[in-house]
Design a protein around this ligand. Structure first.
Ligand code: E4P
Ligand code: PEP
Length: 444
């Protein structure tokens, strides 16, 4: 099946695309990207697909995490390492407490484009185009900065290449070695009860490793981890330009990330995003929010995974804590009854956002936790598999979400609010979540 041309996709009027003032500059950027080396290889995407198939059978748990929106300014070693470190800590906690392998996926090395509720933003009486991520325009609230610039698509490629290069170096070059479990915790807030709890887990792992080594077992898996990249494939100019035919199979793959997903706002069955996604062979995700019906899910599965290939399709559900129990159950029930192969993942962030009286977009830690609990409850009651979670988090001590052990309140948000779009769990909240979800996983 050959992939549609970019012109054919644009003829379907894709939603959430920027309006560029200079179309020749868009063509030039796209042509440049078409010649760029791949960021990932098709074989790596296939490996991830196999792992997600195991997730859907309940043999592994998927942990996806990273920024809501990456920024070019944050492409540096400290930032990438901090994010990776918390993800590795979360994965260790989940693996140790629940005794299941964890498939690790970063929302990184490409998560630069954001769908927005409104095209325009007004501040102090001035109205400008909304910020749509560094892939599109600048965050600075000036008319010049908010003009969509297609050169940014090339910048996304370069930033993603630099990030992925660092990630690959970290995960294979010793940083992710299990013998570093203590080191990952070194500069953690010592008073945090979760850092202390983590120390206990790390101590037990260390003893187990020493024992294994003593009996002559020191497998490769102790020294390196598999880590995968993902992002919302929103900007079709970029995603189409980053699609290549795999020389082994002659099939098209998006080579900008191992896994890509379709957002809640662009999952229309006859829309351009679904049309593009049905042609690529990567493992793919689709967000399903409270307006999704079981028939929507079935139609999406039929179109995106007609061969019902295990690991190909992941539904990432984001109903909100208040609606997850009633809303998710009918979907899972019908999709399962129809024999559809799918991994179910909870996104406990996007259905739980609200704005404080002081103007901060935030989420309550308790709502995030409750949505995941609801997700587990639904799957437990139906005998299906709660496959994993995708969270917006950072490795830094930001104050963007309310609650958690540190008890950040509305006033505390101002202390260190750095996200350019949606609020992320900070380091302590992320680790705390991992311990609480590990408990749910153990019980399920
Ligand atoms: O990350 C998701 C969306 O891009 C985000 O929630 C949209 O936010 P908005 O409603 O402020 O546009
Ligand atoms: C935009 C996102 O989510 P959703 O499509 O679910 O709103 C996201 O995950 O960044």
């Amino acid at each position: 099946m050959s992939i549609p041309t970019l012109e054919q996709l644009h003829a379907l009027h894709p939603l959430q695309q920027p309006t560029y003032p200079d179309s020749a500059a868009v063509t030039a950027a796209v042509e440049k990207l078409r010649l760029a080396p791949p960021l990932v290889f098709a074989g790596e995407c296939d490996d991830l697909k196999t792992k997600i198939a195991a997730v859907s059978r309940g043999e592994a748990f998927l942990l996806a995490g990273g920024d809501c929106a990456e920024t070019f300014a944050d492409v540096n070693a400290d930032n990438v390492r901090n994010k990776l470190r918390v993800l590795l800590q979360m994965a260790v906690v989940l693996t140790y407490a629940a005794s299941v392998p964890v498939v690790k996926i970063g929302r990184l090395a490409g998560q630069y484009a954001k769908p927005r509720s409104s095209d325009m933003e007004t501040r102090d009486g001035q109205t400008l185009p909304a910020y749509r991520g560094d892939a599109v325009n600048g965050f600075e609230f000036t008319p010049e900065s908010r003009i969509p610039d297609p050169q940014r698509l090339v910048d996304v490629y370069n930033a993603s290449a630099a990030t992925l290069n660092l990630v690959r170096a970290f995960v294979t070059g010793g940083f992710a070695d299990l013998r570093q479990v203590h080191t990952w915790n070194n500069d953690f807030v010592r008073e945090s009860p979760y850092a202390q709890r983590y120390e206990l887990v790390a101590g037990e792992i260390e003893r187990a490793l020493t024992f294994m080594k003593a009996i002559g077992a020191d497998p490769d898996e102790f020294h390196r981890v598999d880590f995968h990249s993902s992002h919302e494939a929103l900007l079709l100019d970029y995603e189409h330009a980053m699609t290549r035919i795999d020389s082994r199979t002659e099939l098209p793959y998006n080579v900008s990330a191992h896994m890509v997903w379709i957002g809640e706002r662009t999952r229309q069955l006859d829309g351009a995003h679904v049309e593009y996604f049905r042609h690529i062979r990567n493992p793919i995700g689709v967000k399903l929010g409270p307006t999704a019906t079981a028939d929507d899910a079935l139609s999406l599965a039929a179109k995106l995974n007609p061969e019902n290939e295990p690991g190909r399709l992941t539904f990432i559900t984001r109903f909100g804590a208040a609606r997850v129990r009633d809303g998710l159950a009918p979907l899972v029930e019908k999709v399962t009854a129809e024999g559809v192969e799918v991994a179910w993942i909870s996104d406990p962030m996007h259905g739980n956002t609200f704005e404080t009286s002081t103007g901060y977009k935030t989420r309550r830690f308790d709502d995030v936790l409750d949505e995941i609990q609801g997700f587990f409850d639904v799957h437990r009651s139906l005998g299906t598999v709660p496959g994993g979670m995708m969270v917006e988090m950072t490795g830094d001590d930001v104050t963007e979400c309310i609650g958690g052990g540190e008890e950040i309140d509305e006033h505390g948000l101002a202390h260190r609010y750095e996200s350019v779009v949606d609020p992320r769990l900070n380091r302590v909240q992320s680790l705390e979540l991992a311990f609480l979800v590990a408990e749910m996983l153990r019980q399920s």
